[in-house]
Design a protein around this ligand. Structure first.
Ligand code: NDP
Length: 608
């Protein structure tokens, strides 16, 4: 542990504030635009052609909207519970969700595969590396679908247009853009937290005459190469620009730098780039793991990642490192009792700040150690706390700036000035381009219906969007009053574990399968959360003092409403269990295994 005293904390805070202030803008989230007009095709599926088919009119026990990991793990748990009649409905041409759409070069997961890839024991898959690339993740999605028979009844290239509760029949009616009408007793919704691509509302964006695309629909027909890693040979004579330096850009820039004639990276805020240290998984070691290992790894990771204690750090990476540092510092501070002049809470805050300062100093020092040009190195340094933005981990990203054909165009926090027919303007300088890649992220903070692409109408025609107009209201993030037999599968209002999204889904899948089994066994027609139970859960969420996400002191981004004021609505939408993810996972396990299903009503309808 380096001595935090060596860091001038006041000066650092002042620098953080100055860098944040440069980036604050009155339009907040409104600065982004939807891909419409000439960009409308950014939402289309470039991978699987849409083949005409007859509309499907059928009834199922359980329909799941979305074929990503949320739908797959829920489907798997339902099948394991003996509920066979499961239908996945998915807009893409296959399962995989984010990993179906995102096929940019270098795409991989920053969370270790041993904990990120769901159902490894059930599917018998050994991850090839500590962190795996997108094709292997997509492969695991397909493996889950195959193992659990989820392809059998699936509808792909099918977008849901509306979801309506038919009270007389106690069924959900799902309408789609194929003219389907599916009647489902239960519905799950896993439409993805980061699903709808957004574009920066840069003046002149419409006028660009070169080729352009969004990272979530990578155009290999133009660039050449493949997402399995073949070089993008068509870029050898191209001047390529990329807007954005978030988690996606960090992964694809090394590939663009390698293959483009010239690469211009337009940066507004640098990401923090910690070490990756990837390595192959040893099959002999993997074979020694005992049944039940994945659950143990999952709990070990979340415990250490959120500041808890464990005898051993099984994953050992950048996610667990920061909280381990905080914890060790706390132990040191408290070894002779509470430090003088500080309340336990103040001491904890200080331990956190010291660890974070130390970590970020290391991250900035790493930039200096790798990037040869001092001015470029300076511009690549992140001046904010590590969790203000999505932390990134990479061992080739910073090195890319040492290539002679790669140019960092830093906008000093202001963003790209404007775009014209032939290129991009920054600080009064024009950069001529053949191709422009938008690594500008996905909608966050817009309405659920807009991001999902359809509205949900519950009892008495109540729209979910209206019910949540002042913020999300649910029990466990899953159940919403007035929307019987519906399960919303997303991290928020549950564990809200951001570092390992699939862990949230696995738990939700198990919970849903338990509830649905109970409903079917007891002959219940409807399962619904009571208003009191929903209100009590919301009250519990609001009692939380865990407010890192939404911190106004952070540099703007989608973690903090782009630096705009965070009100009750935003807090509710981004909330999780007040005692954190570990507490939630323990709580929900007890809740569902008790068999009492506290807060839910299972209703049997009287026969007419
Ligand atoms: P982000 O929203 O994180 O990044 C968008 C980028 O575009 C930012 O760098 C942003 O700058 C920049 N930008 C926006 N407007 C302008 C402008 N006008 N001029 C210049 N730059 C601009 O999107 P990503 O696709 O990178 O990542 C989204 C999320 O997806 C991640 O946060 C992560 O949760 C997930 N992801 C996960 C991965 C994994 O390993 N599991 C890998 C990739 C993504 P600024 O920062 O200043 O706003």
């Amino acid at each position: 542990m380096s001595t935090p005293a060596a860091i001038d904390r006041e000066a650092l805070r002042a620098k953080y504030r100055a860098e944040r202030d440069k980036r604050l803008r009155p339009d907040g989230n409104e600065q982004y635009i939807e891909p419409t007009g000439r960009f409308a095709h950014f939402l289309e599926d470039p991978y699987v052609p849409k083949v005409e088919r007859e509309p499907v009119h059928t009834e199922v026990t359980f329909a799941f909207i979305g074929g990503g990991f949320a739908g797959l793990v829920t489907g798997a748990r339902l099948k394991q519970a003996g509920i066979d009649d499961v239908m996945i409905i998915e807009g893409g041409g296959d399962v995989g969700g984010a990993w179906y759409w995102n096929r940019y070069p270098g795409a991989m997961c920053d969370t270790a595969a041993m904990v990120y890839l769901p159902l490894l024991e059930e599917t018998g898959h050994m991850p090839t590396q500590k962190y795996v690339f997108a094709p292997e993740i997509y492969g695991q999605a397909k493996r889950i679908a195959t193992t659990f028979g989820l392809y059998d009844n699936a509808l792909f290239s099918t977008a849901v247009t509306s979801l309506d509760w038919d009270d007389a029949a106690a069924r959900w009616i799902i309408s789609t853009d194929r003219g389907d009408r599916i009647s489902a007793k239960f519905v799950g919704m896993g439409t993805g937290p980061l699903h709808r691509p957004k574009l920066p509302g840069i003046p002149g964006i419409d006028s660009f005459g070169g080729h352009c695309f969004h990272t979530s629909r990578w155009d290999y027909a133009y660039t050449g190469g493949t997402y399995e890693g073949a070089p993008m040979t068509n870029l050898a004579d191209k001047r390529v620009g990329i807007i954005g330096t978030g988690a996606t850009a960090v992964q694809c820039i090394p590939h663009l730098g390698r293959d483009s004639k010239e690469l211009f990276v337009f940066q507004r805020t640098p990401s923090s780039i910690d070490v990756r240290n990837n390595h192959p998984i040893d099959p002999e070691w993997f074979a020694t793991l005992q049944p039940g290992w994945q659950q143990e790894w999952l709990m070990n990771f979340v415990t250490l990642q959120t500041g808890g204690f464990a005898d051993e750090d099984l994953v050992m990476d950048g996610w667990t490192d920061i909280t381990k540092r905080i914890r060790d510092r706390m132990i040191e501070m408290f070894k002779d009792g509470t430090p003088e002049g500080l309340t336990p809470q103040q001491a904890m805050l200080q331990a956190y700040e010291d660890s974070d300062d130390e970590k970020m100093e290391e991250i900035r020092a790493r930039v200096d150690a790798i990037v040869a040009d001092p001015a470029t190195a300076e511009a690549l340094k992140p001046w904010y706390r590590q969790l203000c933005k999505r932390p990134c981990f990479h061992d080739e990203y910073l090195q890319t700036y040492n290539l002679p054909n790669v140019h960092l165009v830093d906008t000093n926090g202001k963003g790209v000035e404007r775009i014209d027919e032939t290129g991009v303007w920054v600080n009064g300088v024009h950069h001529e381009l053949d191709c422009l890649v938008f690594a500008s992220g996905f909608e966050v903070g817009t309405t659920y219906a807009r991001r999902a692409g359809f509205e949900t109408y519950g009892r008495d025609g109540q729209a979910l969007g209206d019910y949540w107009a002042e913020g999300m209201r649910s029990k466990h993030g899953l159940h919403v009053h007035g929307f019987p037999n519906l399960f919303v599968v997303a991290p928020n209002q549950g564990a809200n574990l951001i570092s390992n999204i699939t862990h949230n889904f696995s738990e939700a899948g198990t919970t849903i399968a338990t509830i649905v089994s109970h409903a079917l066994e007891s002959g219940a027609d409807e399962v619904e959360v009571t208003p009191a139970a929903e209100a009590a859960w919301v009250e519990l969420l609001e009692s939380s003092t865990r407010a890192f996400i939404g911190n106004p002191d952070c540099t703007p981004g989608y973690y903090n409403n782009e630096g705009r004021p965070v009100g009750r609505k935003e807090r509710l939408n981004g909330s999780g269990h007040p005692e954190g993810p570990v507490a939630y996972f323990r709580y929900i396990d007890t809740w569902r295994t008790s068999g009492e299903f506290e807060g839910l009503e299972f209703r049997v309808r009287q026969q007419a």
